[in-house]
Design a protein around this ligand. Structure first.
Ligand SMILES: C[S@@+](CC[C@H](N)C(=O)[O-])C[C@H]1O[C@@H](n2cnc3c(N)ncnc32)[C@H](O)[C@@H]1O
Length: 212
């Protein structure tokens, strides 16, 4: 992934952000040392951003598409009230097992339900307008579908945060299925009159969307 902010500035931003809890530090270290594609971790700055959005929006029901090792799920769960709930979806068994180990150890783990299998199937089982906050962070070719289903399950005033919407800058000249799907997703959101939006060039791009 090409990051747009120079590494020194990324490090400075991380230094001036509330640090990770010891458990999330350990999860991050173990992910980096034992798992492929560790760059998929959202990291402290984006993770704290998600947590703060969950907190200040007063979200109680969160839906996450793409668990990986559980970093962003635990970050958001830390921002939920005691009776809050987070459903997170992961298709890969090894990653799901890794995440579950950490959910069990966290005082916030009881708020999290991990659904193994394709996220779209789980999302389709969710009732209309029952979710307050959605984080989209899985297979890029399905972003347009995740959005249409996401808007169905999101309550009025709810938020969607979609990750990797710059896709290392490839959205400027999409020339493969993933970059074309993300560029299409960005166009759909831009032209959707139901959505208030701000496109944040944080890390690999975060599209923040509020359902009117
Ligand atoms: C970018 S990673 C998620 C990173 C995570 N949100 C974090 O911050 O640590 C995307 C994850 O989505 C999973 N995934 C890909 N396609 C999926 C699908 N159709 N349904 C559920 N999970 C999927 C991948 O296995 C991968 O672990």
């Amino acid at each position: 992934m090409n990051l747009f902010v120079p590494q020194k500035i990324e490090r400075y931003a991380a230094d001036y952000t509330s640090p990770l809890s010891p458990l999330l530090e350990e999860l991050q270290r173990e992910t980096i040392s034992t798992m492929d594609n560790a760059q998929m971790l959202t990291g402290v700055v984006e993770g704290r951003l998600l947590q703060m959005l969950v907190k200040i929006s007063g979200a109680k029901r969160v839906f996450e598409i793409g668990t990986f090792t559980g970093f962003s799920a635990l970050m958001m769960a830390e921002g939920l009230p005691e009776d809050g709930e987070l459903i997170t979806c992961e298709i890969d068994k090894e990653r799901a097992a890794f995440a579950r180990r950490y959910f069990k150890r966290s005082p916030h783990g009881k708020k999290i339900q991990l659904k193994a299998g394709p996220a779209l199937k789980t999302l389709k089982s969710i009732p209309d307008r029952s979710i307050d906050f959605i984080f989209i962070d899985a297979d890029k070719t399905l972003y347009p579908l995740y959005y249409s289903e996401g808007m169905r399950v999101l309550r009025k005033g709810g938020l969607i945060a979609a990750d990797n919407v710059l896709w290392s800058g490839k959205v400027l000249r999409p020339d493969d299925d993933e970059s074309r799907a993300i560029a299409l997703f960005n166009d759909i959101v831009k032209n959707d009159s139901r959505a208030e939006k701000v496109f944040l060039p944080v890390r690999d791009g975060v599209y923040l969307i509020r359902k009117r």
